[in-house]
Design a protein around this ligand. Sequence first.
Ligand SMILES: [Zn+2]
Length: 278
Amino acid sequence: MPELPETTVISEDIRRLAAGRRVLRAEVFRPDVTNVPPEEFSGRLRGRVLEGTGRRGKLIVLDFGGVVGLVHLVISGRVLRLPAWTEPDRLNTAVLEFEGGPVLSFAKLWLGYFHLYEPERVGEHPLLARLGPDPFSEGFTPGYLARAFRRRAAVKGLLLDQSVVAGLGNIYVDEVLFAARVHPLRRADTLSEEEIRAIHAATRKILRRAIELRGTTFDSYHDAFGESGGYQRELRVFARAGKPCPSCGARIAKLRVAGRGTHVCPACQSPPTAASGA
Ligand SMILES: [Zn+2]
């Protein structure tokens, strides 16, 4: 599933490919992939210029002036360049053709979507309405995290919660907690100030590095140019169950936390005690 780094890369790719260009055609394959009737999807985008792109959490934000496109790729979604206009189909869920330029397919939005909002109503989008601070924003501080962690819940579950911090998913949470030497099952309200500072610093450092390497290609993720990311080569624990910890050599263990496959070094990330476990 694309997390913050992959969403950032795709959003920037779309800007490089299509910013400043006018939409000639826009069509969706299934009505349920968007929040307006299909003919309205076409009508509201046709003739508009893509003025810029951005990201909020794991959502790609496309600024068409009077209309904002919010794209969530969820698990399988991808953005592809097509050689020529192609009618949308099961694979190419939504297709946009830009004047003198690319045809972009928002492909495999099987669980994802391409919603349209008026700029002043974007905040009403159900995901954005409850989105926590961006890890690179001023509001994301160790003090903020300390307040968000005043709960008797496993720290991993809270970091996955988009209302606590925007954009993290299963891969980067495992990597952040390993870097911070905090066990994913630790109860958030038992973390020391030092541990919270370590989680905060690791979040920014790891996400920044992953963006630099253009994301993690674990199964299906590719950027809009069809290229793989590079951060999978730097994963320390994720998907490395049974392999030696890069820091101490102990075997990486896999467990289930917050319903997700979770990777830890049992030596570097001390398992919680009865008092500090969730
Ligand atoms: Zn270790």
